[in-house]
Design a protein around this ligand. Structure first.
Ligand code: FES
Length: 257
C-alpha cells in the first residue's frame, strides 16, 4: 500500500458533490476525511493510498485485506476485512496484508490420514491455551479454537468441516498467545480430509472422465481455432445459471462440456 497524498480523482470529486458526509479516520496515525459510507478499503483509496498488496477479490473471499483498528474510547483492538468493514468516525486503523506464520513443508503424497502427521508437522498445536482469541478475531466466524481442539483430539474430519469457511487471512495468528499458525494447521486438516478421508464423489469421477474424453478434447480444439469474434459469440450465447437456480441445477446444453 503506497500513500499518494490527498489528490482528488474524478470519482472522488463526484462523491463530494453528492454531499456524502465526510468523517475523520486515522490511517497509521494520519488524519483523513472520508465518506462515511465507504469500506475501509475504499476509504484508504479515497484518501490516496494505492493497494499494491493487501487487496484481492474485494468481496470477502480471498483473505488478502486483513485490517486492525481501534475505536475511540474503546480499549479493544478490533480486526476485520478492509473490503467488508465500513469506516466509523475517528477509527484508528492500519492494514496487515501479511502476517508471518510458521508453515511446515511436507510432501503431501507421502502423508497419511493419521493425526500424528499433523502433530509432527505442527507440534505447536499443543501450545494452545484455549483463550479463544483466535475465534474472536475471525472475520468469517470460524470457531477456530474448536478446530484446534478437534485437531488435538485427532478428529481431522471435524477440524476440516468446522474450518471450511477459512479464507486464510491470518488474523487468528495475529492474536494467538500460543503463537500457533492456525490457518496453516486448518488447511492441512482440510487437505488430508479431502484427499485421504472423505469418500470419493462419484459425480467428480464423472466430471474427470468427461474432461478426459474425446468429445471434450474436440470442443477445446474448436475453441482454440476460433477467432476473437467467434469466441465472443460463443461467450454471449452461453447458458447461464439463473440467479435463483435450484440446488441441483445443471445446464440443458451439454455440447460444450
Ligand atoms: S480483498 Fe479479498 S477478502 Fe478483502
Amino acid at each position: 500500500m503506497a500513500d499518494k497524498g490527498q489528490k482528488k480523482t474524478g470519482s472522488e470529486k463526484n462523491t463530494e458533490t453528492e454531499k456524502t458526509k465526510l468523517i475523520p479516520v486515522y490511517v497509521m496515525g494520519k488524519k483523513y476525511l472520508v465518506p462515511e459510507t465507504l469500506t475501509i478499503m475504499k476509504a484508504l483509496e479515497y484518501a490516496g493510498y494505492r493497494f499494491i498488496r493487501g487487496c484481492g477479490c474485494r468481496g470477502g473471499i480471498c483473505g488478502a485485506c486483513a485490517t486492525v483498528y481501534r475505536k475511540p474510547g474503546d480499549y479493544h483492538i478490533r480486526v476485520g476485512l478492509a473490503c467488508q468493514t465500513v469506516v466509523e468516525p475517528d477509527m484508528y486503523l492500519t492494514q496487515i496484508p501479511f502476517y508471518p506464520a510458521n508453515r511446515a513443508s511436507y510432501d503431501f503424497e507421502k502423508l497419511s490420514a493419521n493425526p500424528e502427521e499433523i502433530f509432527k508437522l505442527y507440534p505447536e498445536v499443543f501450545r494452545c491455551i484455549a483463550c479463544n482469541s483466535c475465534t474472536k478475531a475471525c472475520p468469517m466466524d470460524v470457531e477456530v479454537m474448536d478446530v484446534i481442539s478437534a485437531v488435538k483430539q485427532g478428529n481431522i474430519e471435524k477440524a476440516a468441516t468446522l474450518s471450511f469457511s477459512c479464507i486464510q487471512c491470518g488474523l487468528c495468528v495475529s492474536r494467538c498467545m500460543g503463537e500457533l499458525p492456525q490457518y496453516h494447521i486448518m488447511q492441512l486438516a482440510r487437505r488430508i480430509y479431502g484427499s485421504k478421508i472423505a469418500p470419493r464423489a462419484e459425480h467428480l469421477n464423472e466430471a474427470v472422465d468427461a474432461a478426459k474424453s474425446e468429445e471434450c478434447r474436440q470442443a477445446l480444439e474448436k475453441l482454440m481455432k476460433s477467432d476473437v469474434k467467434q469466441l465472443r459469440e460463443i461467450y454471449k450465447d452461453r447458458e447461464i445459471e439463473p440467479e435463483m437456480a435450484a440446488e441441483d441445477w445443471t445446464p440443458v446444453r451439454r455440447d460444450y462440456l
